[in-house]
Design a binder for this molecule. Structure first.
Ligand code: FAD
Length: 481
């Protein structure tokens, strides 16, 4: 029997979004009974860590953004007593390289994702032609857009920074994160901070040099704002395991794919709840449900509940990628590595998207005398490469890494991780489509959806999405909504 003010909540999906939602429910409504149902035999979803021959191998994310503009993941770590497990990236190597004409160049100091904050490193960089540099430095005088319509990354970056900076810097740095087609990637969904910078300051350069919090530029950083990234000392799985241990669940069941979700017209007074859920192990009723699976899995479950919501979720396309993890002895490198990795512009016509020098970011990722590289293939622009066999992927990754980094010898192949249809693609208009979806959900009180398809694919955005869903559900079920 349910206690009078207690509610029974089911969370479907045990990735970081589901765990963040459960943690928030625990914090705000400690008497509510939370059941988490996860399809796989482990929690973590996309996140996971493997240990092999002294290497700590992340199967997907190896760090997450923190800092005042994106505090959500760091904040939940702090509240859950995990802050002492977080490491900052190694200060000595906070740089990214970019391939151009077959040669590697450092991303100019102070150029962060698409914001040129310092003129001198751009002027002295060998990456851009004189015309490309001048065009980039003219950014502060390019008039801002005046209407509110969404636009693609390609359109925004070409307009503000010019073609050369777009092709050589912005496309590889940003498309790498979203494995996206920049002609389709929505600025408002994926990179709203840059839209805001243009709106508020009239230019990205002016925003970056204004000293405002929004700009948040650290002088020595280049590429992906590495000074603001954190990673768990023992890997992402340790964060997942810590959260799972800290949350007081009524039940936390793995190997429990939810096969049916139904809204009941009459509530089950004994067990509480107007939502009926079925897995092979559980048939139960709940007052509220938070659905944190991928958009496509959520779409299947919602088809019988509300087909219009299911169709909007099914319409979110996803890109596929493969991560090949290789280890090379340090002696294989012609000179010591001094950065966190290199990105490969589409214009270089190579078969890989990026190489992360993973063991340079945090200590303890590779045994002494070894470097671990994570090589990314596929994405929205080269979908066929994500369909290759493991052997073909390893062959391409090895060949490309050897050529680009001028490596000698054979690597130790540590892992091949395939991510089929995993990365949601935020196409232009995505925020409006998701807002419409949320409006339709209002007709289903007690049901919330969260995850990486809505307002950011990064871990902090997933945490926020899970927390927001928990808070909306509390408002609905306590009558405060
Ligand atoms: C290769 C790669 C690299 C990345 N790198 C970074 C990075 O460096 N930094 C960063 O911040 N982000 C990164 N990301 C993105 C980030 O890892 C993901 O967006 C995030 O982990 C998604 O978490 P989630 O909980 O929303 O979804 P998921 O992790 O997909 O969790 C959803 C869960 O739902 C379960 N599920 C599905 N169907 C059902 C069902 N019917 N019943 C019960 N359970 C079900 C699934 O098994 C899964 O466990 C990366 C992603 C990839 C693929």
């Amino acid at each position: 029997m349910n206690e009078p003010h207690s509610k029974r909540i089911a969370i479907i999906g045990g990735g970081i979004t589901g765990l963040a939602a459960a943690f928030r429910l625990n914090e705000l409504q400690p008497s509510w009974k939370v059941t988490l149902l996860e399809a796989q035999d482990r929690l973590g979803g996309i996140l996971g860590t493997h240990h092999q021959d002294g290497f700590l191998i992340e199967q997907s994310a190896d760090n997450f953004l923190a800092g005042p503009n994106m505090p959500y993941a760091e904040a939940v770590c702090r509240r859950a007593g995990f802050a002492d497990q977080l490491l900052e990236t190694d200060k000595r190597y906070r740089k990214a390289l970019v391939l151009s004409g077959g040669k590697l160049y450092p991303v100019p100091d102070g150029f962060q994702l698409m914001t040129p904050s310092k003129a001198w490193p751009i002027l002295t960089s060998g990456l851009l032609s004189p015309a490309g540099k001048l065009r980039l430095l003219r950014e502060r005088w390019i008039p801002p857009r005046t209407d509110d319509a969404d636009e693609s990354l390609a359109s925004f970056a070409l307009r503000r920074l010019g073609r050369e900076a777009y092709e050589k810097l912005v496309q590889p740095l940003i498309s790498g994160i979203y494995t996206a087609d920049p002609e389709q990637l929505s600025m408002q969904a994926a990179l709203p901070q840059f839209v805001q910078m243009e709106r508020k300051f009239g230019s990205l350069t002016k925003a970056a040099t204004s000293g405002s919090k929004q700009a948040q530029t650290k002088a020595a950083d280049s590429g992906a704002r590495y000074s603001q990234f954190l990673g768990p000392k023992l890997g992402m799985q340790s964060l997942i395991d810590h959260l799972a241990k800290t949350i007081a669940f009524e039940r936390c069941l793995t190997n429990s794919p939810v096969s049916a979700l139904r809204r009941q017209e009459t509530t089950d007074a004994a067990n509480g709840g107007s939502w009926r859920i079925a897995t092979s192990q559980v048939q139960d009723s709940f007052d509220g449900v938070i659905l944190t699976t991928s958009a496509h899995a959520a779409s299947k479950l919602l088809q019988p509940v509300k087909s219009s919501v299911a169709e909007s979720l099914a319409a979110v396309t996803h890109a596929s990628s493969t991560v090949v993890v290789l280890a090379f002895p340090t002696s294989a490198f012609p000179e010591p590595l001094q950065s966190f990795g290199c990105v490969i512009p589409a214009s270089e016509r190579r078969q890989i998207l990026a190489i992360s020098f993973t063991s340079m970011k945090f200590p303890g990722r590779a045994p002494d005398g070894w470097h671990m590289l994570r090589i990314f293939l596929g994405g929205a622009l080269q979908p066929e490469l994500a369909k290759l066999s493991d052997e073909e992927s390893v062959h391409i990754a090895t060949q490309e890494a050897r050529q680009i980094l001028q490596l000698q010898g054979e690597p130790q192949v540590l892992k091949v991780v395939r991510w089929a249809d995993t990365m949601p693609q935020y196409h232009v208009g995505h925020p409006n489509r998701m807002a419409t979806l949320q409006q339709k959900l209002a007709e289903l009180p007690g049901l919330e959806i969260a995850g990486n398809a809505f307002a950011g694919v990064g871990i902090p955005q997933c945490v926020k999405s899970g927390e927001d869903a928990a808070e909306r559900l509390i408002q609905t079920l306590t009558g405060l909504g």
